[in-house]
Design a protein around this ligand. Sequence first.
Ligand SMILES: Nc1nc2c(ncn2[C@@H]2O[C@H](COP(=O)(O)OP(=O)(O)OP(=O)(O)O)[C@@H](O)[C@H]2O)c(=O)[nH]1
Ligand SMILES: [Mg+2]
Length: 428
Amino acid sequence: MEALLLNGAGQPFASELIPGRSYRCQVREKIESATILDDGLLTFFQAPASYTGEDILEVSLHGNPVIVRHFILEVCERLRVRPADPGEFTRRAFHNGKIDLLAAEGVRRIIDSKSIFELHASRKLYDGELARMISRFRSALIHLKAETEAEVDFSTEDLTFESREQLLQRVQDLRTSIGDILERSRQGGRITSGIQVALSGIPNAGKSSLLNKILGWERSIVSEVEGTTRDFVSEEIELAGLPVRFVDTAGLRESEDLVEKEGVRRSKQQMERSSLIFHVCDLSKEPYPEPDFPAVPVWHILNKVDMASSQIRSHWNDWVRKGSNDRIYEISCKTETGLAELRNALTEFLQSEAQSVDPFFLEERHRYHFLQMDEALLRLLNLWEENAPAEICALEIDSALEHCGELTGKISTEEVLGRIFSVFCVGK
Ligand SMILES: Nc1nc2c(ncn2[C@@H]2O[C@H](COP(=O)(O)OP(=O)(O)OP(=O)(O)O)[C@@H](O)[C@H]2O)c(=O)[nH]1
Ligand SMILES: [Mg+2]
């Protein structure tokens, strides 16, 4: 180590590094050569006060792949250390009891978060919000089990246990809490996976022009030919801290052309999946009948206001549907009139969407265990109803407890751990 890593003065490091302090270091091309390839920082974290709970020597180099490759080939080789596997540091932290499995999953979600909203939800996972909920479930289940076992042990003696009604109520409450968690995650997941805004309208209205204006780059092909966009084109950006997916769709019209027909079918499908529809209208024409929209807010975007007489504008304003959630904006993609107002209104809409939803989500794995827990509790209720022996009832409580353990990683198999950590990036 000392021969390969030199301090800022070009001297080998003294053998004692003070934990938590960073040292400047230089990486030479070869031990014997004086050619310096990179300057970096060396930090020593002493067990157990480190990320993994083990001694860690962290070398920070410039992220150039050539430097990193050289470091791995020359330096790591000689030090007889190997590059870490994906997620290995977090896996070690988990095995050494520094974090539970939920927090480990939180680390990955933090790294992969695509919006502030998702980051908030990931932080909660990392900080233990779900772990605390599960711990409350576990205590309630253990209490339930103790009551059931007491029934077995002392069933012939005259002792007062919690009444069956009280126990039934407790199980019902647990099932309600599971339902609430699943619903919260469904809501949060809807936002995390992106709020979709569909741009729809007749051919040539300016849908693709508007998409490009919103994104700030020429994502979609714009032309005066009707039916330019045939398949939908989507792009995700972050607005108001939320991931928003804009979908530019094929112009809606009756067509005999098979490809265009399929495009229109897909347009309708995308509209149904959207939280908001921008109905782009062509102000260079007199009002025409609007398509059927699914039951989501529709904003009528009266485009090409630069070409429209005040008469046509008033015709259009009288014409469009005015449901309680619907709005009208006049814009021009050509002169950019009204685009700033539209953007501000969209930001406000997204903020109010986000405020109504709690940043919270469950991984597929979590959902599975919660559902299994719920099923075990449902079976328990049925068994009680049939007056099944208490020993049999206790098995269902055990099953629910097992799922609690698997959620936090108290009970885990190599296969499950492999699946979780393999999707991490190297270095975490
Ligand atoms: N004058 C004027 N022309 C516009 C405006 N917006 C779009 N256009 C023109 O209208 C034509 C159609 O625009 P597109 O954005 O391709 O329309 P579209 O709705 O995506 O059309 P399809 O993909 O065929 O359904 C192009 O020639 C644009 O340059 C505008 O605000 N003013
Ligand atoms: Mg188009």
